[in-house]
Design a protein around this ligand. Structure first.
Ligand SMILES: Nc1ncnc2c1ncn2[C@@H]1O[C@H](COP(=O)(O)OP(=O)(O)OP(=O)(O)O)[C@@H](O)[C@H]1O
Ligand SMILES: [Mg+2]
Length: 310
């Protein structure tokens, strides 16, 4: 079985709840509280498990919230490798306003880490022997912007396929250095690499250019409810989003990456993995709050997709 190591350097305890209406100054009374272990890489590992695979999670955590994160991981039977930090793990909050069905999301920047705290995690990745290394999410404060680029170098050395989903400077730095198997920016993140607004044709060109200069073997650009494209040396595959009743698109990107990772680890082709990603992104949109995709929805949407798309 392919070994998947999923990395979350900036995990969070994700809390979601509902409120009738969200107003300033007044106490906003909430109900339907849910809590999950979150942050990009955590969600990826959870999706792999949901689809019947197995991924181990490498995470940094600290303080009381860090302990809570660990308890939530254990409750979900996720295997984790913890690297302690002195600062406190973050709590993200999503409040759904029932009157308007709008969602308000509060996402802290997260703890400060030191290079001394980060180094043992990098050493662990180098020694782990993964077939797939997935890094997803933001970097905590103070982590060098080239941290994800350094993991690409480790993956090249150890022969692992490296899947990366991040943003801002961490993304730019990784794309400059290269060594990525699969890069998954959304169109906004691709625009931030290119430094310009992109329509679909521009996004296709930019994704192909990243492939041609060898920075990534495959680039998937996601466009929210407009679907996604896959660019590789064989050309471009463009797939519209599966049409579903959208409850909350939170977690669509992570579900997409988790499903692609699971599918690739099962030995499927990149195109098939991409279609599983599209199905999982839509399946995540069907679930409330920060809930990720559900297995039955992913498979049903995948089957329906393969009947209609060539
Ligand atoms: N409302 C929706 N209906 C159907 N499919 C959707 C919807 N939203 C997202 N998806 C699917 O999920 C994929 C990923 O979504 P999106 O582009 O929003 O990712 P993202 O911006 O990385 O998300 P995240 O905020 O989770 O990081 C899309 O390409 C699409 O296939
Ligand atoms: Mg994303």
């Amino acid at each position: 079985m392919a070994r998947i190591l999923s990395i979350v350097f900036n995990p969070s305890v994700d809390i979601s709840c509902d409120a009738e209406s969200v107003q300033h100054t007044m106490k906003v009374r909430t109900h339907n509280l849910k809590q999950y272990p979150g942050g990009g890489g955590t969600n990826v590992a959870r999706v792999v498990a949901e689809l019947g695979g197995h991924a181990e999670l490498l995470y940094l955590s600290g303080g009381a919230v860090g302990s809570m994160f660990e308890k939530l991981l254990a409750a979900g039977s996720l295997a984790g490798h913890r690297f302690p930090i002195a600062d406190e793990t973050r709590i993200s909050l999503a409040v759904r306003e029932e009157q308007t069905r709008r969602e308000y999301r509060f996402v802290p920047e997260g703890p400060v880490v030191t290079t001394a705290e980060l180094q043992p995690a990098l050493d662990f990745i180098a020694d782990y022997g993964a077939d797939y290394i997935v890094a997803s999410g933001s970097l905590p404060r103070n982590a060098p912007a080239d941290t994800y680029a350094r993991i690409a170098a480790i993956a090249s050395r150890t022969g692992a396929r490296y899947i990366l989903d991040t943003s801002r400077q961490a993304l730019k730095s990784a794309v400059e250095k290269g060594g990525i198997f699969l890069l998954k920016p959304n169109v906004g993140e691709l625009e931030s690499i290119e430094g310009t607004k992109l329509d679909e044709e521009g996004a296709t060109r930019a994704a192909l250019a990243i492939v041609r200069r060898g920075a990534a073997e495959h680039v998937v650009v996601t466009f929210g409810r407009e679907g996604a494209l896959l660019a590789g040396s064989g050309g471009v595959l463009r797939v519209p989003a599966r049409h579903v009743e959208t409850v909350s698109a939170v977690g669509a990107g992570d579900s997409f990456v988790g499903a692609m990772t699971w599918s690739l680890a099962e030995g499927h082709s990149i195109e098939e993995a991409f279609r599983f990603g599209v199905a999982a992104g839509a399946a995540a949109a069907m679930t409330p709050g920060s809930e990720l995709c559900r297995r039955a929805d992913v498979f049903a949407l995948y089957e329906a997709g393969s009947r209609t798309i060539n």
